[in-house]
Design a protein around this ligand. Structure first.
Ligand code: NAD
Length: 360
């Protein structure tokens, strides 16, 4: 198979972890006889330096042409006081909008070697394997009217949470299709005892579920879900929820895995003519200026994002499993970066990347 990719290393440790992720991709492609055609482009702070803006036209053109896009992270401290619309992070919104990715998938799984890194007791975390699906382009982060109005006693602020049936339906269908490839269980999370948007959300989820009789569906109110994520995280397979609830719950889920450097993510949109999902893959972490340029960053979140890309954009399940198994082997060896608190001298970013390649 030919894999036509766009690579966006971005800023800070984004460039370091992406280098290792691409190395792992090349290794797994060689092993399974696939051809990787990759182009590299600019996004974020480096794009501002070289072109004057965080999301150059060239990058916009290339991401639409590629089968899948692999991204590092963006953000440079020198832009911290710039207005939001000019900052490197604005490049993220630009690329998500251009690619039309409407669901953010965060797989959260426990690794036996990292059980002690989680703040929860081992028996609660051992065996956790879920995907949190967060709706990415609707809800209160985008709804209008919004703003801060008036002055003095009359000063007030407003945000609007809004969803259309179509927005709910497409992310729900995606969740059920993905659930079919897993343990066939979707937990819908909403606040339908209080919010009308949640009442429509739940109604549409139940209607869509009728097309997937082989997938079990249950519902949790978001406050109860926040509690169940720490009381009984193993009960979850696919968690489906709207934008703001997903933003909050996915960070809660993140701590189950031990370190933010471990977490991959996939942002998925509609289907391409080939039937594959449109996909943007990136580790969950940012550009980590505190450790950038020191070869210290954990590359496993970026490498896990390669596994997600192989699975969701190319349907290459065996290849994705090979990457995940190689990561697990490296974790078990204890040859890991400082954030995972190894017993001996921490490994460097490039040593971990090399070890994953060797394990493949
Ligand atoms: P961050 O994720 O960059 O770092 C938070 C902490 O986690 C830091 O102490 C860092 O050293 C550590 N860390 C992060 N990734 C790690 C890894 N792979 N290995 C080891 N340690 C790791 O978050 P922040 O400090 O809040 O943000 C820094 C910059 O990144 C900001 O400009 C922010 O806007 C940007 N950011 C970008 C993205 C993205 O590109 N998707 C996401 C979050 C933050």
């Amino acid at each position: 198979m030919e894999l036509n990719l766009l690579i966006l290393p971005g800023d800070g440790i984004g460039t370091e972890v992406t280098r290792e992720a691409v190395r792992v991709l090349d290794r797994v492609a060689a092993k399974f006889n696939h051809k990787v055609n990759s182009k590299e482009a600019l996004l974020g702070g480096i794009a501002i330096h070289k072109t004057g803006g965080p999301f150059p036209e060239e990058t916009a053109r290339l991401c639409v042409d590629a089968d899948a896009t692999l991204m590092g992270a963006v953000g440079l401290p020198e832009f911290d006081n710039w207005p939001p619309e000019k900052r490197p992070e604005r490049g993220l919104l630009g690329i998500r909008k251009t690619m039309g990715v409407f669901a953010n998938l965060r797989p959260v799984r426990s690794y036996p070697a990292l059980l002690d890194s989680s703040p929860l007791k081992n028996h609660l975390v051992d065996g956790v394997d879920m995907i949190i699906v967060r709706e990415l382009t609707g809800g209160i982060y985008y709804g209008t009217p919004r703003g801060i109005f008036g002055e003095g006693e009359n000063e007030h602020a407003m945000n609007t949470m809004a969803y259309t049936r179509a927005e709910i339906e497409r992310v729900t269908r995606m969740s059920f299709e993905l659930a079919r490839k897993r343990r066939k269980k979707v937990t819908n999370v909403d606040k339908c005892n209080v919010l009308e948007t949640s009442q429509l959300w739940r109604k549409v989820v139940i209607e869509v579920a009728a097309d997937y009789p082989d997938v079990e569906l249950d519902h949790l109110l978001v406050d109860n879900c926040a509690m169940q994520l720490v009381l009984n995280p193993k009960r979850f397979d696919m968690v489906l929820t709207e934008n703001m609830f997903g933003d909050i719950l996915s960070d809660e889920g993140a701590v189950l895995a031990g370190s933010i450097g471990m977490l991959p993510s996939a942002s998925i949109g509609g289907k391409m003519p080939s039937g594959a999902w449109v996909g943007l893959y990136e580790p969950v972490h940012g550009s980590a200026p505190d450790i950038a340029g020191q070869n210290k960053a954990n590359p496993l979140g970026a490498i896990g994002s390669v596994a997600a890309m192989l699975e969701y954009s190319f349907g290459l399940m065996e290849e994705a499993a090979a990457v995940n198994a190689a990561m697990e082997k490296v974790l078990n060896s204890g040859n890991v970066t400082a954030d995972l608190r190894p017993k001996g001298t921490p490994a460097t970013t490039s040593e971990v990347g090399e070890a994953v390649c060797d394990a493949i």
